[in-house]
Ligand binder design. Structure first.
Ligand code: GBH
Length: 522
């Protein structure tokens, strides 16, 4: 396809005005721009998860999961909403894939709802309507040249498993996850080439078992306010070791039974923050290292290096459950790391100095107080979401840190984006004018580009999120979407960021988007 030179100039000129880009970059429309830092075949996508968008919580035989039950308890979700309907993506996925195609993404990260496939885990039947649904979603994506990137469990487990044996607290979960993952590989693995076993086990267990803010709502002492019991110092670690065991078993299964014929890759997605020492003192610098170890390396070290981080071993001693023997044999037990990255925090040492109470200050958290704000300064621009501060440098720093610690294992940025409250007094036109999001994305992608230029093996970027969706305990009050969702009509309206991302992709991935992923070509 040749565009007349003049219209190219006109287009790049207006883009330059709109987005501040260099015109020269845009002229290489038909082939990969040599000046683009993103390597050929880079995946540009958007990300989502089943509970946050699907709705249809009891439709076609789906069973209840932990989040269905949790959100129905009064007082758990700030605005009283739940995921019963969410974006009703279950019924509108075709229309949504149309919107994706319009943006030009070449991949899409979504998660499978465990209880939609196995309403009672391994203690009941397979729900074939659920399998049909995901088959149809996958086929619809592939027919548009969009590569499916699939999370097997994004915080959700069938409630049945919670009731029978307390979910992640029991090693029984390994059998259930193996049974479920096997069904996924068997039914979808001919077309799905990227698997993520779990989304953010660190966040799931900190929120669910240390602070008690997420299901199953367990905690103890001053860590939170829980009525159904818990042990904030032991249970997150126990849940973690059972998850590592489940992961190891699923990866072993994939590698021995499916990977050779299906040819896919399997990884895990971690929530990451960049931790900046609050001062130049060696104590605070060590504290920032500890914070990283107790947050991210808690899972990545066992999976890749075969042991818990040194700081965790030293500080937690016998509190650390032994690692599954299987992990050592799989080293590394992942083919890639999924990096979810949004924000950065300061860290202060609590071993040599006294810390006020706060996240990270206790022994089980590594004696490293973390906060986006310290001594009156905030690390970056605050947003309407209390935990999210804009610190684009954090992207380059975390990617570089991972590259160095884990020997440049392939990475995908599996989530990045910004969510905000909506001012109800705005007109619809103003509501979709999300300049703040465009600024955030531009800066974070620029920082990612720097890390890639310096040699990090990053193979894809998934923007969170495609649509406004159910933002966990914030319910519908926080919006992360490139598309605004009107929760009365469920209409989707592209925001300014949607056209910005479309242009960004056209600029950096041009010439490759029309090409279907290799395995889908006849
Ligand atoms: C991701 O991580 C999730 O994978 C995704 O589902 C979610 O929609 C997206 O980010 C946007 O939030 O400890 O009390 O301060 C979420 C990471 C977890 C960070 C909860 C903020 C606040 C709870 N978030 N955390 S608290």
């Amino acid at each position: 396809m040749e565009l007349p030179l003049l219209s190219l100039f006109a287009l790049s000129f207006s883009l330059t005005i709109l987005f501040g880009w260099v015109a020269a970059d845009f002229l290489s429309l038909n082939h990969h721009s040599p000046s683009s830092p993103f390597p050929p075949n880079f995946l540009f996508g958007t990300a989502s998860s089943s509970y946050q968008i699907e709705g249809a919580y009891l439709t076609d035989g789906k069973g209840l999961n932990n989040w269905d039950v949790f959100t129905h308890k009064p007082g758990t979700i700030t605005d009283g909403s739940n995921g019963d309907v969410a974006d009703d993506h279950y019924h509108r996925y075709k229309e949504d894939v149309d919107l994706m195609e319009d943006i030009g993404v070449n991949s899409y990260r979504f998660s499978i709802s465990w209880a939609r496939i196995l309403p009672k885990g391994r203690f009941g039947k397979v729900n074939w309507a659920g399998i049909d649904y995901y088959n149809s979603l996958i086929d619809t994506l592939l027919s548009r040249g969009i590569e499916p990137f699939v999370t097997i469990s994004h915080y959700d487990i069938p409630q049945e498993l919670q009731q029978r044996y307390e979910g992640w607290l029991s090693p029984e979960i390994e059998k259930d996850f193996k049974y479920y993952a096997d069904i996924c590989f068997k039914n979808f693995g001919d077309r799905v080439k990227y698997w993520i076993t779990f989304n953010e086990p660190n966040v799931a267990f900190i929120c669910g078992y240390r602070k008690g803010l997420w299901p199953p709502g367990r905690c103890s002492g001053s860590f939170g306010n829980c009525t159904c019991g818990g042990d904030s110092e032991r249970e997150p670690l126990i849940a973690g070791s059972n998850l590592l065991l489940s992961h190891a078993t699923a990866v072993h299964l994939y590698r021995t039974k499916y990977q050779k014929t299906q040819g896919g890759r399997i990884g895990v997605a971690m929530n990451t923050k960049w931790f900046e020492p609050i001062s130049n003192s060696s104590e605070d610098k060590k504290a920032a290292e500890r914070a990283q170890s107790f947050y991210m390396n808690w899972f990545l070290d066992p999976l890749i290096l075969g042991e818990y981080p040194r700081e965790m071993r030293e500080i937690l001693g016998e509190y650390l459950p032994p690692l599954p023997y299987k992990l050592g044999k799989l080293k590394p037990a992942i083919d890639f790391i999924g990096v979810n990255h949004y924000t950065s925090y300061f860290v202060k040492d609590c071993i040599h100095s006294v810390c006020e109470p706060g996240d990270g200050s206790t022994r089980t958290e590594g004696f490293a107080l973390t906060s986006p704000k310290m001594n009156g300064i905030s690390i970056g621009e605050p947003t309407t979401l209390e935990w999210l501060y804009v610190y684009p440098q954090g992207m380059e720093k975390i990617v570089t840190y991972i590259k160095e610690r884990f020997n440049n294992i392939p990475m995908f940025i599996t989530e990045n984006g910004i969510g905000m409250k909506e001012n109800p007094n705005l007109t619809t036109k103003e509501m979709i004018n999300d300049v703040e999001r465009v600024e955030y994305l531009r800066a974070y992608l620029d920082s990612l580009a720097t890390a890639i230029r310096k040699g990090a093996d990053v193979r894809g970027y998934f923007l969170w999120s495609f649509l406004d969706n159910f933002e966990w305990t914030h319910g519908s009050s926080i919006r992360f979407g490139l598309h605004r969702v009107d929760y009365d009509t469920l209409d989707r309206t592209p925001r300014m960021s949607a056209s910005w991302y479309k242009n960004f992709i056209a600029l950096h991935a041009s010439g490759r988007l029309a090409t279907k992923p290799p395995h889908t070509q006849e």
